[in-house]
Design a protein around this ligand. Structure first.
Ligand code: HDE
Length: 717
């Protein structure tokens, strides 16, 4: 019988060695795996969670080979029970995210501004873990949804963990934490049928936001190109609320935090975002992972707008109102340091999923303000971890554990890891020599703000002005960005089933910009514009800045040239291999990621040798690339011109305003795709050879990322 059992196990499952030959149970495979890399578990036996060696991981214990499975099979039961409990609740918002490790480096000694240890010395490095996310979608949803993006940074400082839990947009939808559950219920999939996933284009979201005009400013941001970033690496970050810095002398300043990417700020276009969500739903996760694996470490500069209470009182808006930003023309950004992400997580669940960011985690030298949205956040994040991570000891999970030593009298609770010794778990005490003792002035001291006021519900008058900054944002956008905003409103509202909500949205937009409202109404086939929504404030606060230089994505082209930009070189049998080489190598030398794409992966017979293609039109369609080169070779050009998928690839590159370098007779492929060649823009390069001049032009077109001058309404291709 035992012979029979082991004979059948040898012929099944993964019981084969490198050679493909069956391996007897008990023989370690660590000497080499099938793909030739060494296993890091060399010599280790498979065990249960109690460390009991497992003899057979393929067959449950049965009474006879065809008999019933036995309840006493603790090996099977432990395996299944653990599996049954593998999932933890996903985050109620920001469920979909990706993360990386890195460090923050202070540019200088900033102790005149803050006592925060991480900013106390030039060159001082503090480890960080950063998680980027979308907001509305579930954990397995697409990356390229139109949405705000989370930008949460955990600094493991020597004086405890500081979590700067921000977004890629400097303002928020609402002013008071009381409204947050309503906002989230409205934007998430509608509860009766669970649709749509990771999308705000539905009735309940627009119903809520149009009844809540304080959302106007953030709506403009989310409907703009900021709502569909090209990459997590190419977006800014903001803490949104006003915080306080306090120095060792107790002097306080108000601050707003900004992260600015060295990679520049770049976006997708909507048609592209929609298609990427099908072609690669993990687009942003993959992008971050691949860049770090390739040693292209993304970097951001941390800066602060520093201002006083007296200055703040003069502003036409309230700095405690999270729907308002402070234009940089009023208070410029002071650089503090840089953050580099240089290591991917080892395990997605252990790190990215279990990381617990909490707005309440601050360190000496930094403090909150009375922003009523922030107040709710100070409560909510710790609270949510209790159910998400199963109890009050989530700070012991390795990714959440501070590097600073933890000494206190908190004890026990679910999943406690620390083994406290001794009998003293209280303070004050004499039995443990008074330890751990209070740090006094060397510890965290809250800013001693004077408060003498009546308890009440309500808001200050300036909070009731909702449109000045929405208008400023719109006025600050380039013409093509303004068009994208109108298109986005048009698209989202076109998805509504209740016409009255569309009308209310256009009524809201009339308070922002009449031309925008008209364009959106045109999208919706609305004959007459509704009356503007009534204004909540009659005060007529005069904005200091009508148009800001800093709010367009174009304000930050970046400093990295074409590094990490993905370039497809379109090939087919008969492509001129020498021309491919002449263009591919110099692009790679400049840091671009070059992929040969054709009708299938693997080898093709090119002119002058074989080419090994990395990707096919089916597995990597056009939207996944930043630019396209079509190589010459008459046989290839002919077959590509007859290939519907190749032509679709070319059309999408053109429609999405991406650079195209078309060499020699390859222009026939463009003609077959119906691309207008009469008046080529700077991103459409038709050259006879892949020489230095062609390369220079292409690199500069790629640096510009996109060529919106190509956009027409409707698109020609
Ligand atoms: Fe959050 N938010 N939030 N939020 N938020 C969460 O905490 C909440 C707000 C932000 O990668 C939750 O651990 C309330 C503003 C990010 O793990 C939850 C209010 C900003 C992340 C929560 C806000 C954010 C979260 C869900 C209004 C930008 C993801 C899981 C009072 C400054 C962090 C979790 C990560 C996550 C509550 C408003 C950013 C439920 C109550 C404003 C980046 O606690």
């Amino acid at each position: 019988m035992s012979e029979l059992a082991s004979a059948s196990s040898l012929s099944e499952g993964n019981d084969t060695g490198k050679s493909g030959k069956p391996v007897a149970p008990g023989v370690c495979q660590a000497a080499g795996s099938l793909d030739g890399h060494r296993c890091d578990a060399s010599g280790r036996r498979l065990t249960t969670n109690q460390g009991v060696p497992v003899s057979d991981n393929q067959h449950s214990l049965k009474a006879g080979l065809r008999g019933p499975a036995l309840l006493k099979d603790f090996v099977l039961r432990e395996k299944l029970t653990h599996f049954d409990h593998e999932r933890i609740p996903e985050r109620i918002v920001h469920a979909r995210g990706s993360a990386a490790h890195g460090y923050f480096e202070s540019y200088a000694d900033h102790s005149a501004l803050t006592a925060a240890a991480l900013l106390s010395e030039k060159g001082k490095r503090t480890p960080v873990f950063v998680r980027f996310s979308t907001v509305a979608g579930e954990r397995g949803s697409k990356d390229t949804a139109r949405d705000a993006r989370g930008f949460a940074v955990k600094f493991y400082t020597e004086e405890g963990n500081w979590d700067l839990v921000g977004n890629n947009i400097p303002v928020f939808f609402i002013q008071d934490a009381m409204k947050f559950p309503d906002l989230v219920h409205a934007v998430k999939a509608e509860p009766h049928h669970g649709m749509p996933q990771a999308a705000s284009a539905h009735d309940t979201f627009w119903d809520f936001v149009t009844l809540m005009p304080e959302t106007a400013h953030m709506l403009m941001w989310v409907m703009s190109d900021h709502g569909i970033p090209r990459s997590y690496r190419m977006m800014k970050g903001f803490a949104v609320h006003t915080f306080r810095f306090i120095n060792r002398e107790g002097k306080a300043s108000l601050v707003k935090f900004h992260w600015t990417p060295k990679q520049g700020t770049h976006s997708l276009v909507w048609d592209e975002a929609v298609k990427i969500s099908g072609a690669d739903p993990d687009y942003h996760r993959r992008d971050l992972w691949e860049a770090i694996e390739a040693g292209e470490y993304p970097e951001w500069e941390l800066g602060v707008q520093v201002f006083s209470e007296e200055q703040a009182e003069q502003f036409s808006f309230d700095v405690l109102d999270a729907t308002k930003l402070i234009p940089e023309e009023l208070v410029p950004v002071t650089p503090l340091g840089r953050m580099v992400l240089n290591r991917n997580p080892d395990n997605f669940f252990a790190e990215t999923e279990q990381v617990a960011f909490c707005t309440a985690h601050i360190v000496p030298g930094i403090d909150f303000t009375n922003d009523p949205l922030l107040a709710g956040r100070i409560h909510s994040y710790v609270d949510t971890q209790l159910s998400r991570l199963g109890g009050p000891n989530f700070h012991e999970i390795p990714i959440n554990a501070p590097v600073a030593p933890v000494h206190n009298n908190q004890r026990d609770g679910m999943h406690r890891q620390a083994v406290h010794r001794g009998r003293v778990a209280y303070e004050p005490n004499s039995l443990a020599g008074g330890c751990p003792f209070q740090a006094g002035g060397a510890g965290f001291v809250s800013f001693p703000e004077q408060v003498a006021a009546d308890e009440l519900r309500g808001k200050p008058e300036k909070f009731a002005e909702h449109y000045n900054q929405a208008r400023m944002f719109y006025a600050s956008q380039a013409p093509h960005e303004q068009k994208h905003i109108a298109d986005a409103f048009g698209f989202e509202l076109s998805k509504l089933t209740v016409p009255a909500i569309r009308h209310r949205a256009v009524a809201l937009l009339r308070n922002v910009d009449e031309t925008l409202a008209q364009k959106v109404a045109d999208h919706l086939g609305m004959r007459e514009l509704p009356e503007p929504l009534p204004l909540a404030s009659k005060q007529g606060y005069q904005p200091e800045v009508q148009r800001s230089e800093h709010l367009s994505l174009l304000a930050h082209p970046g400093e990295v040239g074409i590094r990490t930009r993905k370039v497809a070189i379109m090939c087919a049998a008969g492509t001129d291999a020498a021309e491919v080489q002449a263009i591919a190598q110099p692009l790679m030398d400049k840091g671009a990621v070059v992929r040969l794409v054709g009708p299938h992966v693997g080898l093709i017979q090119a002119k002058g040798g074989e080419l090994d293609l990395d990707a096919s039109f089916a597995n990597s369609p056009g939207p996944l690339f930043d630019a396209l080169v079509i190589a010459p070779g008459s046989e290839a050009v002919k077959s590509l011109s007859d290939d519907g998928q190749a032509l679709e690839f070319v059309k999408e590159q053109f429609r999405h305003c991406k650079p195209l370098l078309v060499i020699g007779e390859a222009r026939e492929v463009l003609q077959a795709a119906g691309i207008p060649l009469d008046n080529p823009d700077k991103g459409l390069l038709l050259v006879s050879k892949a020489d230095d001049k062609a390369l220079r032009q292409f690199v500069s077109a790629l640096e510009a990322h996109r060529h919106p001058e190509r956009e027409t309404d409707p698109p020609r291709v």
